[in-house]
Design a protein around this ligand. Sequence first.
Ligand code: DUC
Ligand code: ZN
Ligand code: ZN
Length: 471
Amino acid sequence: MKQFDTIIRGGTVVTAADTIRCDVGIRDGIVTTLGADLQDEGAHVINASGLLVMPGGIDSHIHLDQPSGPGIVMADGFDSGTLSALCGGNTTVIPFAFQDKGQSLREAVKIYHDKAEGQSWIDHSFHMIISDPTKDVLECELPAMVDEGYTSYKVFMTYEGLRLDDRQILDLLEVARRHGAFIMVHAEGYDTIRYMVEKLEAEGRTEAFSHALSRPQLVEREATHRAISLAEFIDVPMLLVHVSAREAMEQIRWGQQKGLKIYGETCPQYLMLTQDDLDREGQEGAKYICSPPPRDRDSQEACWEGLQQNVFQVFSSDHCPFLFEGTTGKLREGEHTSFCRVANGVPGVETRLPILFSEGVSKGRIDLNRFVALSSTNHAKLYGMYPKKGTIAVGSDADIALWDPIKKVTITHEMLHSACDYTPYEGVEITGWPVTVLSRGVVVLDNGKVTGKRGHGQYQSRERSPQSVRR
Ligand code: DUC
Ligand code: ZN
Ligand code: ZN
């Protein structure tokens, strides 16, 4: 009887814990054997000699086809966004399902299931964004949704129409604590930003660089501390997303050293960009507007420290793609769009892992096992998908990326698969690239050539994770 459908032969298998020379045997989309010199005449054999065999990336923070303001259209939906993710070595993504005001969570998530239906190239799940935490949402809907596998929720401390005030956050945290929901927080201070935006606009300072001036480190640090304090008060775990700066990182470390279950995420833009990118000629700077904004060299170093020292457990792209050309994306009011009306976000789902590998592993800042933890395993653990996803182990889904650790690539927009019209990382030189990807045992990228199919991706319902349970 045929034992394996596929054997990955002769590679170096890397997990968050181990680096081992062995073969991987796959049957029915599942890893069934790790061992030396696996044989099965009927199996498809993938020659992995000279390659690293790692869990497929999990990008637990991306935005696809999400409403982002009047007239603005996100450049990627589930088709191009998940294809782009796949080509960057990912096998699972977790985009956001956004609850509009007055909408039930069920209505909101149904819309995103419909958007994703038949479109995803790789597996996907959903976090929900809560913008309207009514009594019914908190007391009836959310507990039921957690039981049904929607186990993580994002809240915003800033943005008109989106932000929750501290009292609303407290109420949500209390419900999260009771039902084991995991709360992700966008921590920037609403009133301080409003104050700065009004002042800058009144002075006619509408250029892209003013975005950085309107939300300095202090704004993120203060909100980060406040969010952590609210979590401490209710005694519930919390993840601070897209941390950009030293001062916010230090607040998270402070919380962790106090014994609180506080987790942190940073993103490629905070390692690779600075606020100087917002100061580029003409409206070029708008390409780099995201929130929080890229900072300075010291904050880039701090983000590396956070990744090395486990202040940050996850490295995500925060892929949030808007076209630079035309008026449906970055520049909704054309050439003269004020910084505060520029669509907010940068693309990066395909470049996240190559950047972390090249800048992290190839340059000696992190080891391979830490790379796997930051890019895949910790996402699966935090968000209730482990060990089905996030590792290479007997019984896990065969979600595997084969990396050539010495392949050199210069990033260009043309080579990427996102429908966005630029990359913030144009010209960045990379050492190490994912060449072959398997999703549940199916080869979806074969030596750089896409062999998967739109619609192959499946929705992943998630468990409550041990990490998200209170102290
Ligand atoms: N927050 C995100 O998570 N993504 C893009 C913009 C934002 O404010
Ligand atoms: Zn955010
Ligand atoms: Zn985001």
